[in-house]
Design a protein around this ligand. Structure first.
Ligand code: FEO
Length: 395
């Protein structure tokens, strides 16, 4: 499958329909993904990013339909994660003298992965490489999302290849944004931003301003995953600016786990309190909800309410990975609250509040505990908790 993006510029990537987990098992990818690799045929023949190692032979066969891999002069490695650099070893066996273009940090990470003495060229922001009629312009993009990340821009065709930025884990028979279901596209673009880029939101804002200030015309944004933005390509840049501002919606998410349904009943009563004041919410049972999808709900929501039974003087274990991720993703502008049932020791609510404090979420209302199954009075307290949080959401 080859797609011509512009004259002499080709998508030569791989569509991975079966991928369901990424970064090992850290990220769910319900709609598969693509590994986008780009070929530019000018006086110099250039590859921008390769594909994940398991697909390297298939990728080289695709490439051969257009060019002999031995004829490649320049390989740009925008980022070292193996979903983009995994084809380097196989490719470089065919063109061992090709120049491998890397960022300053890429000069550490690419050799760190492959231990080869290739002909490296280290570039920084604003550096240009003449490839014939066109030039490649490089922009370092540290922490979008690795320290080595780099954007490559092709003059003449006005194509920005920003690697992971602006990508989506979305396998499709189509290559361009205007060809796919817009709801699916934006669901995946948002999930990608939330789970990968949220902690670097201030850097996203700064980098976008820096790239826009370069005044380079952009006809296409061709990321390393998912579809290419050709229709109104800056729409995804505007979305990133909006997401990076981290202004959550006036809504709530209730995350809980339960042993014998007591904490579930409390979660629903909290929800009744939120609804009474007109605040929309979702209740997510942590033990049966995809963690990465739950994090999208956390991102959207102003209020994050967490409930757990107390077990072994602690919280139910299904909550721990998501609480850990909420802390690591450094969500901003949230408020939190805690609730839960207990039988004997009852530390759950205090522990949740400690976790929320570690996430820097101010506590919007004191937590509610219920011993054994909640009484009608306990459920009223949960409803009152929901109403207090609703008031804080609507401020
Ligand atoms: Fe798509 Fe950071 O790798």
């Amino acid at each position: 499958m080859i797609t011509e993006l512009a004259r002499n510029v080709y998508w030569v990537g791989i569509v991975d329909w079966a991928l369901r987990h990424f970064h090992g098992y850290e990220l769910s990818t319900h709609r598969g993904s693509t590994y986008n690799s780009y070929l530019i045929l000018d006086e110099k023949k250039v590859i921008v990013d390769t594909v994940w190692d398991p697909f390297r032979d298939e990728w080289l066969d695709t490439l051969r339909q257009v060019v002999d891999p031995a004829a490649i002069d320049v390989v740009v490695a925008n980022h070292a994660e193996p979903d983009h650099s995994g084809g380097l070893l196989a490719l470089m066996r065919h063109c061992p003298n090709a120049t491998v273009v890397v960022s300053k940090r890429g000069a550490e990470s690419i050799p760190g992965h492959y231990h080869q003495k290739w002909n490296f060229k280290v570039v920084g922001t604003g550096d240009r490489l003449n490839i014939g009629a066109s030039e490649l312009v490089f922009v370092e993009a540290p922490m979008l999302h690795w320290p080595d990340s780099m954007f490559t821009y092709l003059t003449g065709r006005n194509i920005l290849m920003p690697n992971d930025a602006f990508g989506q884990h979305l396998a499709s028979e189509f290559r361009f944004n205007d060809q796919v279901d817009q709801e699916e596209l934006y669901e995946e673009a948002l999930k990608y931003f939330v789970n990968i880029l949220t902690p670097f939101s201030p850097l996203v804002t700064k980098k976008i301003e820096e790239v826009l200030a370069l005044g380079l015309p952009v006809d296409m944004i061709a990321p390393s995953h998912g579809v290419i933005w050709r229709k109104d390509p800056l729409q995804i840049v505007r979305k990133y600016q909006e997401w990076a501002a981290q202004k959550p919606e006036k809504r709530a998410v209730i995350l809980y786990d339960t042993m014998w349904q007591a904490t579930r009943r409390m979660a629903e009563a909290v929800g009744d309190g939120l609804a009474a004041d007109g605040v929309a919410y979702k209740i997510l049972h942590a033990a049966v909800t995809d963690r990465n999808d739950a994090l999208v709900e956390v991102f959207r929501s102003k209020a994050v309410l967490v409930g757990s039974s107390t077990v072994n003087n602690g919280l139910l274990p299904s909550l721990m990975p998501i609480l850990e991720e909420i802390k690591g993703l450094k969500f901003k502008n949230k408020i939190g609250a805690a609730f839960g049932s207990y039988g004997w020791s009852g530390e759950g609510v205090k522990l949740i509040e400690e976790h929320l404090a570690a996430c820097k979420f101010p506590i919007a209302a004191p937590g509610v505990s219920a011993k054994w199954q909640p009484t009608a009075d306990d459920l009223e307290k949960c409803k009152a908790l929901g109403r207090q949080v609703a008031k804080a959401v609507l401020v």
